[in-house]
Design a binder for this molecule. Structure first.
Ligand SMILES: O=P(O)(O)OP(=O)(O)OP(=O)(O)OC[C@H]1O[C@@H](n2cnc3c(O)ncnc32)[C@H](O)[C@@H]1O
Ligand SMILES: [Mg+2]
Length: 526
């Protein structure tokens, strides 16, 4: 079946469920009840539990590591069975994967709106979920007239994870914690953390029998079933599906709670280490899936983009895909050592990355080293652009840039973005291809635009009257440093396709450079 993105998907492939701990098992239990024929993979990140008090950026990074681990198991759909992770990462993940990605918040909010009779809805959740305002937003999106009272209940997760959820202590903690919410007399309360349904009897007792409790996990599985049916991805096997469980902590404790809660013996539970998984989206398997392969030539050439920056990787996929070149990124390979950028120039760093990864992989590799040079700062941050304030922390880098430019008038905020690309093919030693690209602009005082990455919201191109973050990807590519460098590369590819492992007569799309490409293929030292 041809689902979203044109990728052929297998209905017998497993569904992945992720959670910070065992709480997500409440969603799995629903899945086993509602969708018994589905194969299930569950991953709980108990080693780094709880997620609730962590900053959203860290939750997002951890969630990506879980996602990237499960993607290696070829899941056909993903359920983020954790409210905190859904609040922090669902948007990002669902926009980047070409399988259905379902979070627990929207289904939970929808159910609450549906059943609420008095229009007074309570939400109990972790600090992170409450702080995100995700339930308020989702409920108000359905009906702005409803009243929503949210309460953080940080102690509930540990009660469940320590297997104390039936104890007298749990009963007392639940009653005390929920008292302020009970005083507001909600008619419907969302149990906004997948751990909480294990405490359901105590929660119900604390709030009173008249209150309708919503278990978002249950609603999520209803939605999952609908989506699978709609996409033709439901598993119609005539027997129960397989169930495999992974935890980042000890399988023993996990097994106790899981067997008890799921009512299953002999659970298959394994420890996994996901800390070395990429903590953001860099693999291009899915991105590449919607890109026409080399239909014109029937020729297969693969290049690995030696970048850990997902924004960059996307721009390379957009360039190489239509040229019929398969793109991979570092995330597509296990156990790759990291090549450090110890050089003092863009060229040195791009060479280090291209050669280092090409040697490790035995494949053609393209590396990019880029940076922003601001005239009023004597060319800073330059080669240190990624590490200007914090290590690859875009927000901190931008904040430092603005602080250093405080008081500098508009006319003096001129800047240049630079990219050096190096293509290394192990089949052609000593024949590296090196090209540059630049673009001139100005650093704004206020950010503008949501596209792009890094410094884009502040990099204003006067001729276009907008920042690079206000441009669509295609538009940015028309003017950007990387776009110009790629056009220089395209000119070389068209002139000598064999040098790039491409067939001679290949009909490559030719893109007109908007500025003169600067080719420095013969440049050996800077
Ligand atoms: O080394 P890799 O893994 O490729 O990724 P990186 O992000 O570390 O990339 P660089 O070493 O080239 O550092 C470039 C810095 O400049 C930023 N940058 C690069 N290209 C950009 C672009 O097109 N728009 C905005 N910022 C960009 C980027 O976010 C980094 O902070
Ligand atoms: Mg770098």
């Amino acid at each position: 079946m041809d689902s979203k993105g044109g990728k052929i998907m297998d209905a017998t492939a497993p569904i992945g469920f992720i959670d910070s701990g065992v709480g997500g098992l409440t969603v799995v239990r629903e899945a086993l009840r509602q969708l018994p024929h589905e194969n299930v993979l569950f991953l709980g990140d108990q080693a780094r539990l709880p997620y609730g008090p962590r900053p959203a950026a860290q939750v997002r990074a951890f969630t990506w590591q879980m996602v990237n681990y499960l993607r290696t198991q070829h899941i056909k759909a993903l359920v983020i069975a954790c409210n905190t992770a859904t609040a922090a990462a669902w948007h990002d993940i669902q926009s980047r994967l070409d399988i259905p990605v379902i979070g627990v918040i929207v289904p939970g909010a929808r159910a609450a709106v549906k059943v609420s009779t008095g229009g007074n809805i309570g939400v109990v959740a972790t600090e992170g979920t409450v702080a995100s305002g995700a339930y308020d937003d989702a409920i108000h999106q359905q009906n702005p007239a409803l009243t929503v009272s949210s309460l953080a209940a940080p102690k509930f997760v540990s009660l469940v994870e320590s297997n104390e959820y039936r104890s007298a202590l749990a009963k007392q903690v639940v009653a005390t914690t929920l008292a302020p919410l009970a005083a507001k007399h909600p008619d419907t309360v969302v149990m906004g953390c997948t751990h909480y349904p294990l405490l359901r009897p105590f929660i119900q007792a604390a709030l009173g029998d008249d209150v309708t409790l919503i278990d978002p996990g249950r609603e999520t599985v209803v939605e999952l079933g609908t989506v699978l049916d709609y996409l033709g991805l439901a598993n119609h096997a005539d027997h129960d599906g397989s169930r495999h469980f992974y935890t980042t902590a000890s399988p023993a404790m996990f097994k106790d709670i899981a067997s008890d809660w799921l009512g299953l013996d002999h659970l298959d539970v394994h420890h996994v280490d996901i800390e070395h998984e990429p903590d953001h989206f860099v693999a291009v398997a899915e991105l590449g899936a919607s890109i026409p392969q080399s239909a014109a030539t029937g020729h297969e050439q693969t290049v690995v983009v030696a970048s850990k920056n997902p924004g960059k990787v996307r721009e390379f996929v957009d360039f190489f895909g239509p040229r019929g070149i398969n793109v991979r990124s570092l995330a597509d390979f296990d156990d790759l050592p990291t090549v450090d950028e110890t050089g003092t120039t863009f060229l040195e760093n791009a060479r280090l990355k291209a050669r280092g990864y090409s040697e490790a992989l035995g494949l053609p590799v393209i590396a990019d080293d880029s940076g922003l040079m601001i005239d009023a700062l004597d060319g800073a941050p330059g080669v240190l652009s990624a590490r200007y304030a914090g290590d690859h922390n875009d927000a901190a880098n931008n904040a430092k840039m603005l602080a250093n430019l405080a008081g500098v008038p508009t006319a003096k905020r001129t800047a240049h973005f630079h990219t050096t690309l190096v293509w290394v093919d192990p089949a052609r030693p000593d024949d590296d291809v090196e090209v540059d690209g630049e673009v001139d602009g100005r650093i704004t005082v206020m950010p503008a635009g949501d596209n792009g990455f890094g410094y884009d919201p502040f990099f204003y191109i006067p001729e276009q009257g907008k920042t690079m973050a206000e441009m669509s990807p295609a538009e940015k590519n028309r003017y950007s440093h990387r776009g110009n460098a790629l056009r220089a590369l395209a000119a070389l590819m068209d002139a000598d396709p064999v040098r790039f492992g491409l067939p001679k007569q290949a009909q490559q799309p030719t893109t007109q450079p908007t500025t003169e490409p600067q080719v420095n293929e013969d440049l050996e030292e800077e």
